[in-house]
Design a protein around this ligand. Structure first.
Ligand SMILES: [Zn+2]
Length: 95
């Protein structure tokens, strides 16, 4: 894996980010965990943080924006940078 995988699953989350509240299932997506390398429901915490800084709710994240920069499942070629996600979030009208 040449690109760093920021995805993290439920089981690895407490070890990597102790004390942080587990995000809700709505904002997880299927992907390879960057820590244990299992395919699971994973979170991209930096992406979520970015979306929340734009005022997006969990439901808006679930419905309208990529929840992971990359799933890393098989040959997934879609790769967003945080800048890409920032642009996507900026186009969302938050009411
Ligand atoms: Zn894991």
């Amino acid at each position: 894996m040449s690109v760093s995988n920021h995805n993290i699953c439920d089981q690895c989350l407490p070890a990597v980010d102790p004390g942080s509240a587990r995000p809700r299932d709505e904002v997880a997506d299927t992907g390879v965990c960057g820590v244990c390398l299992r395919i699971a429901e994973v979170f991209d915490l930096q992406a979520l943080e970015l979306y929340r800084s734009h005022g997006l709710s969990d439901e808006q994240i679930w419905r309208y924006v990529p929840r992971l920069r990359c799933s890393f499942v098989r040959n997934e070629s879609t790769r967003y940078s945080l800048d890409d996600l920032h642009r996507i979030a900026s186009t969302m009208k938050v009411v």
